[in-house]
Design a protein around this ligand. Structure first.
Ligand SMILES: Cc1ncc(COP(=O)(O)O)c(C=O)c1O
Length: 490
């Protein structure tokens, strides 16, 4: 089959064209039973292929027909031996990767700044995390990837680990020397699992960091929906044979996946793959040029700094994806969250995310010079306004969360007897829940860690800045759930 074909999307359209009489779910039956306002908005075409795993349409849980053909084309496109489609986002694919290599008590080497799905999988599987501390960028207030030295040390100390997980590239588009990391792990026969949530496009342009499959990694969970043109929630899991079993991957992914898989999401993966293979290079090339133009213009604005290749060359910053614009607003004396809000309210511009010091904007083939110039003009105006409003705003000191000590395995902590204590009185206790800012979804605390006053203060600063702190049962964060301490009986 050729990469110009879309067996799954075409198969669904052909099926819908036959206009079958449907006595099966979904009960809206081609949209006729759905709320008319929604139907008019979303359109009959979309509803006509919102179908289910009846015989002719294959089954994601055991694909043999059009889904299998679409997955095989994707595997060829990404240089994998097997590709599995995920309708559980990259979170589902990441949980599958971890659970495919780890069982209770098994060690897995992971950077501490992983997405919460990695930690969830560690809780579910009962694996023991061996943390590698990511390199911290004290100027930008963000963490990068892991270094070869730290991987080497972790492998030497834990040659019995069942896997090494790497984030490549990071949310901010920075990548490590993945090829070297993979080669190193393979000398210990340890499989490398790549969180490639922010890197679907890198496989299709040689001016971008090396992709997981190009580097020889064993598995990669890749968000096609983020930067590859498929619909939100649709991702893929690429697998290379050797150190992992594709059959086990299929069964675990199936265990974690709804039985009512969305064919709209699946079809969007099929067409995204076609576009990436057939037009990806050209589209990405234009995107890189647009992003570089924006970076240069933003850097001409006083007190703004848009990160470029000058940050490369450290042990953790091997390469970068220029389509990510990390814009530091620290020197304006405002937070990233202030800038995000101002852009929303004044210019109707939505950024990808903000933190205490930066905003992150992503540039994709969906952008044109028109949007680029609007953002540049808005940022110029923001700078002028901030200067007018307050001469005295001072540049904040960069604050980054400590990495707390892990006192209990995340699973033991999660399933322990717990109690809630006031947030302000929780320092020194062992936490039993996650606390993170989403996005990016990197935990400040994971279950089992000892709460520190510094990290409580970091959380307070983020709440005050209006950033989305999430995770605890008490969404207001007045209380935290901690491991119950039993008083000694006298
Ligand atoms: C680094 C990283 N990994 C994994 C994920 C999870 O991806 P998804 O939202 O597709 O589940 C995200 C999402 O933001 C992420 O930033």
């Amino acid at each position: 089959m050729s990469q110009n074909e879309t067996p799954l999307f075409t198969g669904l359209v052909e099926h819908a064209k036959k206009n079958p009489i449907q006595f099966h779910i979904p009960g809206h039956k081609k949209g006729t039973g759905i709320d008319p306002e929604f139907r008019n908005f979303i359109g009959d075409n979309a509803l006509s292929i919102d179908l289910i795993n009846i015989g002719p349409l294959d089954d994601l849980h055991q694909p043999k027909g059009m889904i299998k053909q679409a997955q095989d084309l994707a595997a060829q496109a990404f240089g994998a031996d097997h590709t599995f489609f995920s309708v559980q986002g990259t979170s589902g694919a990441i949980m599958t990767m971890v659970m495919a290599v780890c069982g209770p008590g098994d060690k897995i080497i992971v950077p501490r700044n992983v997405h919460k799905s990695v930690m969830s999988a560690i809780v579910f599987s009962g694996a023991v995390p061996i943390f590698i501390h990511p390199e911290i960028d004290n100027t930008l207030g963000i963490s990068h990837g892991i270094t070869i030295d730290s991987v080497e040390k972790a492998l030497e100390q834990h040659p019995d680990a069942k896997g090494l997980l790497v984030i490549n590239p990071t949310y901010f588009g920075i990548s490590a020397d993945l090829k070297k990391i993979v080669d190193l792990a393979h000398t210990y026969d340890i499989p490398v699992l790549v969180d490639e949530a922010h890197g679907v496009h890198i496989h299709f342009h040689d001016g971008l960091p090396m992709s997981a499959m190009q580097a020889g990694a064993d598995m990669a969970a890749t968000s096609v929906h983020k930067l590859g043109g498929s619909m939100t929630q649709s991702s893929i899991l690429n697998v290379k044979e050797g150190l992992v079993s594709p059959n086990r991957v299929q069964s675990i992914l199936s265990m974690l996946t709804t039985t009512s898989t969305s064919y709209l999401l699946l079809a969007s993966l099929d067409v995204a793959r076609k576009q990436l293979v057939t037009r990806g290079y050209e589209l990405i090339e234009n995107t890189i040029q647009l992003a570089n133009y924006m970076r240069d213009k933003i850097n001409e604005i006083e007190n703004l700094f848009c990160v470029g290749r000058e940050i490369l060359g450290t042990k953790a910053t091997f390469d970068l994806d220029p389509t990510k614009l990390i814009i530091s607003v620290k020197d304006l004396g405002i937070t990233g969250s202030d800038a995000e809000l101002w852009l929303r309210e004044t210019y109707n511009i939505e950024v990808e995310m903000s933190d205490l010091y930066n905003i992150l904007c992503i540039v994709t083939p969906g952008d044109t010079k028109k949007e680029a110039d609007l953002l540049i003009a808005a940022l110029s105006k923001l700078t002028e306004e901030v200067a007018d409003l307050s001469e005295s705003k001072s540049v904040p000191e960069v604050l980054l969360p400590d990495i707390p000590v892990l006192a209990l395995s995340p699973r033991d902590a999660f399933y322990s007897e717990t109690e809630v204590v006031p947030f302000d009185e929780s320092a020194g206790r062992v936490i039993a829940e996650f606390v993170m800012i989403y996005p990016p979804g990197i935990p400040i605390f994971i279950p089992g860690e000892i709460i520190t006053e510094e990290n409580l203060s970091y959380i307070r600063t983020n709440i005050e800045a209006g950033l989305p702190v999430q995770g605890p049962e008490d969404a207001e964060l007045h209380f935290l759930r901690v491991i119950k301490e039993h008083r000694a009986i006298r």
